[in-house]
Write a protein that binds this ligand. Structure first.
Ligand SMILES: Cc1cc2nc3c(=O)[nH]c(=O)nc-3n(C[C@H](O)[C@H](O)[C@H](O)COP(=O)(O)O)c2cc1C
Length: 380
């Protein structure tokens, strides 16, 4: 009998814990159908909104590559270079809610047992915008969507009341989540921005608003590099650029640090890990730190648009891992979740050589009233 790859996350059953994240691989009905045929456990749609969306002229995404034998980094395609990251300034879906509604219904009819998560976005400045969130939520769940993911994290929004500008404000995160929860009959996941000082603060806001899970990370705010010959940004329109989002391998360790902070602060809550995943070993990091599912974007974009080989290898990797460790009782991914969460500690708890003590940069305990274990970063 093969390994059981299934899991239940926020009450929704997935045949495997690997999802395509909200991005170009999930921007159309045909892509989503292909993704389910390829074996993805779930799909989060490209973000759907009600406001007008017009993307920039020219490429919306490019890939930064590193040479093996020099420190050179460039978006220029060249032999022997390895992927460093993706960089994008793509907005949310430029298709309307009316365009999406019948397509969501058709996907659910074709794959009733595969979770389809609708990613949605509206503003936050007034009651009308909060009602937009509710309109989007109601329309998507009426078509059979199994969960909702709130995009509180798009890093390239001009509107101050949208995207990561909401995700940077604990109160707004809470208000928006609560507004959606008022109408939601399905679980609500809040996708937070990594571009804040302390993601635990915004996560607390989301949970106060009733979020069933946190998804992290969206892309990290970043700029493309300037070309030393032309003095032009490697991606630009008429010489101009704006900040965009970094994804792919470069953000794997960054995103893991965010996840570690989140899962330690909220050990009993649910998390969907995103950022730099292309192999099972990458995904395993997220499971061990406390994520119940993971999501993939950049690696899938580079693999026939929806990642047929990526998902095959992810499933294969999980199956092999579970078979190899069956004697430890790890028969399902759920048993791995959080196993290494508590191995991340403050610096002062790491052993020093020669039995010397370290008090986290404080003077020695003489004259210092607080025991070292109490000096750790305070819980927010
Ligand atoms: C071109 C592109 C478009 C994206 N569009 C969205 C979006 O509409 N909504 C969203 O929540 N995240 C969006 N993302 C972010 C991804 O879902 C994901 O969080 C991020 O790329 C990190 O994952 P990765 O390292 O696997 O790429 C987009 C990413 C890229 C590269």
């Amino acid at each position: 009998m093969g390994a059981d790859l299934s899991t239940t996350f926020t009450g929704v059953r997935f045949q495997n814990p690997f999802l395509l994240s909200s991005a170009p691989p999930t921007e159309s009905e045909s892509n989503i159908l292909r993704a389910f045929e390829a074996g993805w456990g779930g799909v989060v749609t490209k973000t759907i909104g009600l406001h007008p969306v017009v993307n920039v002229t020219g490429p919306k995404t490019k890939f930064l590559r590193a040479d093996a034998d020099s420190p050179h980094l460039s978006m220029k395609k060249r032999p022997g270079a390895a992927l460093h990251s993706s960089w994008n300034w793509e907005l949310i879906s430029d298709k309307t809610l009316d365009w999406w509604v019948p397509r969501l219904g058709r996907v659910k009819k074709a794959f009733p047992d595969r979770p389809l998560v609708a990613s949605i976005m509206a503003g936050s400045g007034n009651d009308t915008e909060l009602r937009h969130w509710q309109t989007l939520a109601a329309a998507c769940q009426d078509e059979g969507c199994d969960a909702l993911e709130l995009n509180l994290s798009c890093p390239h929004m001009d509107r101050q009341d949208m995207g990561s500008n909401i995700g940077k404000d604990r109160a707004l995160v809470s208000i928006v989540t609560k507004a959606v929860k008022e109408v939601a009959r399905v679980p609500v996941w809040a996708k937070l921005t990594p571009s804040t000082t302390d993601i635990v603060v915004e996560a607390r806001g989301a949970f106060l608003g009733g979020a069933d899970a946190i998804s992290s990370s969206n892309t990290f705010t970043s700029l493309p590099l300037l070309d030393a010959e032309t003095l032009e940004f490697e991606i630009n329109v008429d010489g101009l650029v704006s900040t965009g989002g970094l994804g792919g391998p470069a953000i794997l360790p960054l995103s893991l640090a965010k996840i570690s902070e989140l899962t330690q602060a909220f050990p009993d809550k649910s998390f969907s890990g995103i950022g730099g995943i292309s192999t099972f070993e990458h995904a395993l990091n997220y499971f061990l730190l406390g994520c119940g599912t993971v999501q993939v974007c950049t690696a899938a974009m580079l693999d026939s648009a929806i990642g047929p080989n990526v998902i095959r290898l992810l499933n294969q990797g999980l199956a092999r891992f579970l078979e190899k460790h069956a004697d430890k009782g790890w028969t399902r991914v759920d048993e791995l979740v959080g196993l290494r969460r508590d191995r991340v500690v403050s610096q002062s708890r790491i052993r020093r050589p020669d039995e010397k003590e370290y008090h986290g940069g404080h003077e020695t305990s003489e004259g210092y009233a607080v025991a070292p274990e109490e000096i750790e970063t305070p819980r927010r």
